[in-house]
Design a protein around this ligand. Structure first.
Ligand SMILES: Cc1cc2nc3c(=O)[nH]c(=O)nc-3n(C[C@H](O)[C@H](O)[C@H](O)COP(=O)(O)OP(=O)(O)OC[C@H]3O[C@@H](n4cnc5c(N)ncnc54)[C@H](O)[C@@H]3O)c2cc1C
Length: 434
């Protein structure tokens, strides 16, 4: 099945269109095949290209490389995710394992940026977990206790300070973590495409239709050709399930976001000329909202079970209206018609929010399921799954493998029913924050 994306994502529109795009038109053989050219697949390919300069590595994507969720996200390189307190040391230990992985993710991005001199508007300005409900202070205080135990620099802020920093009176309480980073996701993933080693052959607009494995060969079928490889890495994240990879452990969730045009000088003055910032919601289904360095506002306030292959114009428009309301609630002085683009993207979830990183059969590997932390973790997992597939070990692999493993999911229709019910409940709890 073909992935049909809208073509309106501002992050992608900021980039120069790529030329010399090749799709698979013949039968090919390779030592390595990577399916999916987002952060994970590009990082796996880059690493394999460096490790095996004399081997042929093929990287394939169903759409244009990097133009799935890797360009369509909110651009937060996260140091922490919200947790509202623990009842046991075991939980604290699990949370620490999670943040150890985030830390490695931040380091791998910084190393990449440094090594290839990438300009992706990286700003180490921290990030806020904010709420318009004073009563959510309790959640943030519990979270603060956890962060203190793990030595994360952070502080709690009240509405006065927040309105100065964010330019809106909407938020009543927030916790700022110093280690959060904001960046331009489209520029980052484009750089990963640009620096692919010479022995990596990239085929785009070429969807893997089916695959099978015999003793020492993997045969993959595409519309206009077939690829036979010795080893394969699945890096399709939200589409792992559709390819039958770990399908009892992950499911896709579709998100939508909108971005405004840059605010005019007067509009920017009317909100107090804040510096670039990024807010994540305290209640899970609340809005992620960001002021970019060039004065655009990004908002993401939906997460749902939807056909991961396509969102119609009509459906997207409905969600965009919701996003206009979200902006208006926070910035009533801004005009109604400033949204420049709206888009959808697909992420992958597991029941216990743990990631997939494993050998699923001889010569078959998969990495994915990062929820809202795929920029750093996807880049890390891509590099490390390539090393694991080479039968090598690293400290990073040990840290990754120390995490909790994804837990088993109930079959359909119970899965969708359960997820939908949970999402409705979370949406109700967060209705003031959307
Ligand atoms: C709106 C939104 C906001 C987000 N915000 C953040 C954020 O602020 N911070 C953060 O860290 N993460 C965020 N995420 C999540 C992040 O974008 C993902 O975790 C990350 O992109 C995962 O990278 P990936 O390479 O594993 O997968 P993807 O980027 O999804 O790439 C997978 C690729 O596989 C390809 N593919 C799928 N099926 C096939 C097939 N059959 N054949 C060939 N190719 C195929 C797809 O076309 C796609 O390009 C957000 C996501 C969305 C949608």
């Amino acid at each position: 099945m073909k992935i049909v994306n809208d073509s309106t994502c501002s992050w992608i529109n900021d980039l120069t269109p790529r030329v010399n795009i090749k799709s698979l038109q013949s039968n090919e053989d390779a030592e390595w095949l990577i399916i999916g050219a987002g952060y994970t697949g590009l990082s796996a390919s880059r690493k394999l290209g460096q490790l095996y300069p004399n081997q042929k590595i093929i990287l394939v994507d169903a759409q244009l490389a990097g133009e799935g969720a890797s360009s369509r996200n909110s651009g937060y390189l996260v140091d922490t995710t919200l947790n509202d307190g623990f009842t046991s040391n075991k939980d604290l230990d699990n949370y620490k394992k999670k943040t150890d992985i985030y830390d490695l993710g931040i380091n791998v991005i910084k190393k990449f940026i440094n090594e290839y001199q990438v300009d992706c508007d990286l700003n180490e300005c921290g990030k806020y977990f904010a709420s318009s409900k004073k009563e959510d202070e309790k959640i943030l205080r519990n979270f603060s206790n956890t962060l203190k135990k793990l030595d994360f620099e952070h502080n709690l802020l009240s509405s006065n300070e927040l309105s100065k920093r964010l330019g809106t009176n909407f938020y009543k309480v927030a916790l700022h973590t110093k280690g959060g980073i904001l960046l331009h996701p489209g520029k980052l993933v484009r750089a990963m495409i640009d620096v692919l080693p010479k022995n990596v052959y990239l085929y785009e607009n070429s969807s893997l239709l089916s695959w099978n494995k015999t003793k020492d060969k993997i045969s993959c079928k595409f519309k206009n050709g077939r690829i036979i490889s010795k080893k394969i890495i699945f890096a399709t994240n939200g589409f792992l399930k559709s390819l039958g990879i770990k399908s009892n452990y992950n499911f896709p969730i579709t998100l939508t976001a909108s971005m405004t045009r840059p605010l005019t000088e007067d509009e920017f003055k009317s909100i107090g000329q804040p510096k670039e910032w990024g807010v994540l919601p305290v209640r899970p289904m609340g809005a992620t909202i960001r002021m970019t360095k060039d004065r655009r506002i990004l908002i993401r306030n939906t997460a749902e079970i939807h056909n991961p292959f396509k969102m119609s114009k009509f459906d997207l428009q409905k969600r965009s209206i919701n996003q206009r309301v979200g902006i208006k609630k926070r910035f009533p002085q801004l005009p109604d018609d400033i949204i420049r683009s709206s888009w959808s993207g697909v992420v992958s979830r597991t029941r216990n929010s743990s990631q997939i990183f494993e050998k699923i059969d001889n010569n078959v590997f998969a990495a994915g399921c990062y929820n809202g932390s795929g920029i750093g973790v996807g880049t890390l997992f891509g590099e490390q799954i390539a090393i694991k597939a080479s039968e090598e070990n690293t400290d990073e692999i040990e840290t990754i493998e120390a995490r909790n493993k994804p837990t088993w999911l109930p079959p359909q229709p119970f899965l969708n029913l359960g997820v939908k019910t949970r999402l409705i409940y979370e949406r109700l709890r967060a209705r003031s924050e959307i």
